[in-house]
Design a protein around this ligand. Structure first.
Ligand code: ATP
Length: 366
């Protein structure tokens, strides 16, 4: 396996800037997820790494060796696209075996057979080996396409939304499978996704990309606990982090309309500065009955704005003046609540994130 790195990648298509100074490093054996919304530049980054797109500027390094001029087939990288191209005239076995029959590898038939069967077993398609690929479901086709990548000996695997077309249950089991495979085999993987759950559960490190720029690279814990800006903060978690505009005072934060007041952790901004705070629904608690807040918690009074049942849990949105804060509570615990009821929320200042104002307001809580 190999370390891969991109430095200062830029790529434009006419007036569209696909990559705007993209840099990151993936260590040997590391699982790196590139997470971002549609059009962020994820596929372009992967194709540039693979050598299928030539950057306008910047460098691709494989094991510290500048590789921009190395032909795609000689980079030793195996890439899987979301659109899974299979040979329609071949069965599953033939599709899995064909990459190994390339002159690049020249493996003996017995070795090809062993590899095909091992990968098919791992992906749960060993019962389909003789089936023509034209008679597979989309989910099965996607597993064959992933198998065609994993069967190849490679210095690193580049995977573009490889689980996108699987139903939720298979996706979860394949996710676990992929994690085990990459950990056990020590594979270097660059994995593209727009699904934050996938990124948090698979990655050793995550690069959050938007508009062709990497906003933050870090471990799942780092990007979750210390998002560098408001966009990254909202990229993780469902319900999303609530953001509220206002300003700093001597005592903490006050919302724009002066109704919501909460203490905040240490900040690199001064009283009077306009900021926004971010609070994750899971960091809030609904105060039920006359419960005392407890050490470290502050109570904020409001009214129920809307209740949304999510199975056994309920998302309660509470209006505190003009601000709306979401909290998730067990459904049974909020059974008696209705819109407009008075409620209190409990907030722990240590879990309040403070950002400069705006969509990509930078983190100011330290
Ligand atoms: N060959 C191309 N010609 C013109 N524009 C392109 C081309 N490839 C990508 N783009 C543009 O570059 C930007 C980044 O595209 P890219 O496919 O890398 O995004 P992405 O993050 O992979 O998105 P998605 O999740 O939707 O696949 C987009 O605005 C896209 O329209």
């Amino acid at each position: 396996m190999a370390a891969v790195e991109v430095r200062g990648l830029r790529k434009s298509y006419g007036k569209t800037t696909a990559l705007d100074d993209v840099s990151f490093e993936v260590a040997d054996g590391e699982f790196f997820c590139l997470l971002g919304p549609s059009g962020a530049g994820k596929t372009t980054t992967l194709k540039t790494l693979a050598g299928l797109v030539e950057p306008d500027a910047g460098e691709v390094l494989i094991d510290q060796t500048p590789s921009n001029d190395v032909e795609p087939t000689h980079r030793g990288l195996a890439m899987c696209f979301e659109s899974y191209a299979l040979y329609p005239q071949l069965d599953v076995y033939g599709n899995l075996a064909s990459p190994l029959r390339s002159p690049l590898f020249r493996l003996p038939a017995s070795e090809v057979d062993a590899k095909v069967r091992a990968v098919a077993g791992m992906l749960g398609i060993d019962g389909l080996l003789e089936r023509p690929v034209t008679r597979l479901s989309n989910g099965q086709r996607q597993r064959v396409a992933l198998g065609r990548v994993l069967v190849r000996p490679a210095r690193a695997y580049l995977l573009d939304e490889p689980l996108a077309h699987l139903d939720a249950k298979i996706r979860a089991s394949m996710r676990a499978e992929l994690k085990t495979i990459s950990r056990d085999a020590g594979t270097t993987t660059v994995y593209v996704t727009h699904d934050y759950v996938e990124a948090l559960s698979l990655a050793d490190r995550i690069g959050v990309i938007r508009d062709g720029r990497i906003l933050q690279s870090g471990t799942p814990e780092e990007v979750w606990a210390r998002p560098v800006d408001a966009f990254v903060a909202q990229a993780f978690g469902k319900p999303r982090m609530t953001l509220i505009e206002g300003g700093l005072t001597e005592d903490g934060f006050v919302s724009g309309d002066g109704v919501l007041r909460v203490p905040v952790p240490a900040v690199s901004a001064a009283p009077g500065d306009a900021v926004q705070i971010g609070v994750r629904p899971r960091d809030l608690r609904l105060r039920l009955g006359a419960e005392e807040p407890g050490a470290g918690w502050t109570a904020v009074d409001g009214r129920v704005y809307v209740l949304e049942h999510l199975g056994r849990a309920t998302e309660v949105t509470v209006a505190v003046g003009d601000a709306r804060l979401s909290v998730v509570a067990p459904r049974a615990a909020v059974a008696g609540l209705a819109a407009d009821d008075r409620v209190s929320l409990l907030i722990r200042p240590s879990t309040v994130h403070v950002f400069a104002t705006g969509d990509e307001g930078k983190r100011v809580s330290t």
